[in-house]
Design a protein around this ligand. Sequence first.
Ligand code: B12
Ligand code: SF4
Length: 473
Amino acid sequence: MKVLAVHPSGLMYTRVFLRLEPLGLEMIAAVARDAGHDVRLIDLQVETHRDLYRLISHWQPDAVCFSGNYLANIPEIIDLAKSIKAANPRRFLFVGGHSASFTAADILRHAAGAIDCVLKGEGEASAVALLEAAARGGDLLRVPGVVSIEFARGCPWDCTFCSAWTFYGRSYRSRSPEVIAEELASIREPGVFIVDDVAFVHADHGMQIGEAVQRRGIRKKYYLETRGDVLLRNQEVFRFWRKLGLQYMFIGLEAIDAEGLKAFRKRISLDKNFEALAFARSLGITVAVNLIADPGWDRERFETIRQWCLEIPEIVNISVNTPYPGTEIWLREQRRLTSLDYRLYDIQHAVLPTRLPLPEFYRELVLTQQVLNRKHLGWTALRGAAGVASRLLLRGQTNFVRMLWRFNSVFDPRLQLADHEREVTYMMSPPPGITEKPVNVKSFYVHGPTGRRGRRIDDATEKFVDDTRMGTG
Ligand code: B12
Ligand code: SF4
């Protein structure tokens, strides 16, 4: 079969900060190709809808699949599916990915027959079987830049705002260090983003990969995401990876007060988080921390955050507290959702009632982001980076410079407000009902929990995770 794999357009974040190749979709494309299908991949983060339609009309794929990781992309996927299906009703269309798994019934309902199937959960094992079933009734286009790699999959923690753990049933599986090193050796690009939810949960695994990388003399710049407590517990691993080229690290701080950390069930104290930042600083790694802004914040709260952010050297990303299907807060949040428009669920918009009038909330939010942005990308930074910028420009690499200026055209309170006024064609089903009773978390899981045997971590690490966790799972 000729199979076209489509990644939808980038969201606000990607338009300014970081755009990565769609690793999950590439994996699906790769298993389909290995099974003998003729496969192509198009990434609408870098190509246009016109490119997609042109490719479809020239190449005439038998099947088209979409990656539905991001909830805000669902309307785009449905509209594309409708027009692709209308052009050839015999073409087989399916969707998979993170958000699609939690909203499968809604997607099928909105698509009104244009989407034949939503494949829930991890797609490697089932995509080929699905294509075979469809057949009975490649050559991948590569995206330049930083590439992604997976060392391990899943997350053993259970933060209330996150669906990574429910998607993977709180499992944690790691890949063989030798296979990873081999894959890294085959990557030509100088930058590699490790897409694990929490990198180096298991110290031995991290060290073994590092040793394999060192043996092969692989030299890259690495980017990763992790937790503060993992960083502190496995300091020798991060120190080793610093030597191997670890350059940039995202740490999910989420809140700078104990109450906030408790509400998110982040299971880490403020002190530990600050200690982790100090350790990361001592390694000379660039660190970006994430904070979650609650729609209930007032002006003072934003001001406190701004002050705090200016006091620390780290890069700070601010996102908006958003109940996503598949998360615990989707069921527990006491406040009523103000919108069921998928497109607003990109953690840059408020979908819960704001204490400040909405226009003011966005003004404060964007002002806070601007202050942080200016701190790193503004005039002072530009002066400091002028050498780098002009060298890059000379080499024709305008991305870095464009990023410095793009922020204000994307993060604009008027635009964010106007997004609430758009006509809503597809409205998601609301949460089943607010409850204060203990929720059976197992009901969130896409495929059900696998228990201890699903977590490939040693007992000491399991105990470490358990000591931070409470109650659920
Ligand atoms: C790495 C990552 C990123 C990277 C980009 C990765 C990329 N190119 O898409 C960066 C850092 C840029 C990023 C940015 C953002 N991210 Co992000 N990201 C992740 C993370 C940690 C891992 C994704 C990954 O690569 N996993 C490994 C690959 C192999 O798995 P996968 O993509 O899920 O694919 C598997 C399945 O989903 C399925 N599958 C996927 N596609 C398809 C297609 C078909 C047809 C089939 C059958 C199956 C299938 O099979 C694959 C193999 O098993 C996830 C959390 C998670 N664990 O999923 C969050 C996550 C997807 N991100 C999230 C968010 C919110 C964002 C941002 C909006 C954040 C922001 N600050 O604005 C931006 C938006 C980016 C954009 N597209 O515009 C949320 C999405 C929530 C939601 N419900 O919409 C997640 C779930 C994090 C969370 N804990 O809440 N992200
Ligand atoms: S540590 Fe929390 S936020 Fe991070 S992936 Fe795991 S559950 Fe999600």
